[in-house]
Design a protein around this ligand. Sequence first.
Ligand code: ADP
Ligand code: MG
Length: 397
Amino acid sequence: MTGFAKRTIRDVDPSGKKVLVRVDFNVPLADGSVADDTRIRAALPTITYLLEHRAAIALCSHLGRPKGPDPKQSLRPVARRLGELLARDLPLLPDAVGPAVRDVVGKLRPGEVVLLENVRFHPEEEKNDAAFAKELARGYDLYVNDAFGAAHRAHASTEGVAKLLPAYAGLLLEKELLALGGLVTDPQRPFLAIIGGAKVSTKIDVLRALLARVDALAIGGGMANTFLLATGCKIGRSLAEPDRAGEAAAILDDAKAQGKRVLLPDDVLCAPSVDDAGARLATVKGVGDVPDDQAIVDVGPRTIDRYADEIRRAKTIFWNGPLGVFEIPAFATGTKRVAELLAASGAVTVVGGGESVQAVEELGLADKMTHVSTGGGASLELIEGKTLPGVAAIPDR
Ligand code: ADP
Ligand code: MG
């Protein structure tokens, strides 16, 4: 694994300093509480490190996409959950900026922590407005970015402020960059990528970037349907993007030219409808035999066996995107088997993405993986080789 180029919180003595810490607490809520606290727990190492080193910290995050202040998108449930995890009272301040907030932060003592209210209550945040970034930075000595999930956005709290204060990477940001960066720079071979999920269109760039780096690419999920179309299969009423079949065909051609193997499903689970009623009538078909009035909802058993052989052979595996409509248990077999095979594998296993990570968490297999990324879009952009503005803004050591 290559060394880490960016300055991290280990490169500074934060004791007695006021530290603005950008975290990614953009978590799912249900009935006014946190439905999945993975991202909150992922930020704990940085928070505890700073508190133990006697910093006074203000945590800053966005939640959802509010258009101005909106009590439904308040970080209050997050403050409650984080308070439980830290076993201390965690005050939520009424805003991310302004004199009242500055007053509280100014009086914070070493080892104390507060949470700022949803920074996206200010539209200037997403515009990376210079004056707003200045407001955010006021009253702090240091800035720490631990929000990997937001690092692909050039916003005031991820990028603008990093130019106004001495900026450092948090421990989660470092961990993500090392794990995902390792895939890009020096993966152990054979390197297998398993890519599923809904649509080809959202992942064309990542497919192309991966193709250049992997030894084999196994495709599943809704996006496999567009590839099947490209190879001339009929796919009935399956989710697909016929207008992207040309791009899928080009990827298959490029793979051939580069001597890379692309694996597509050869059998699939088909159902008359993508719901519980359909689940009762689902049958396995060869990819040439998908009925006109049915939809592909998962990969079939023969396909899983072929992908399993690849998984067993690989030394590095990157997985993004469920292999079927895993939200419906009867259509979750492919996704579940892939998660189990990765968990049992001795390879370096990295999982990135929204729903694929959710599947791994729900199966209780997250701690069996080498790395489970907290950043959906950010992890894909990193693998595409794009510069993440939130990372670029942190100086090298
Ligand atoms: P990720 O967030 O892991 O990157 P995506 O957002 O690309 O994954 O896609 C996830 C969605 O893909 C899931 O909600 C799942 O239901 C859907 N999906 C997977 N396979 C199929 C399929 N065969 N037909 C329709 N939707 C599918
Ligand atoms: Mg998703």
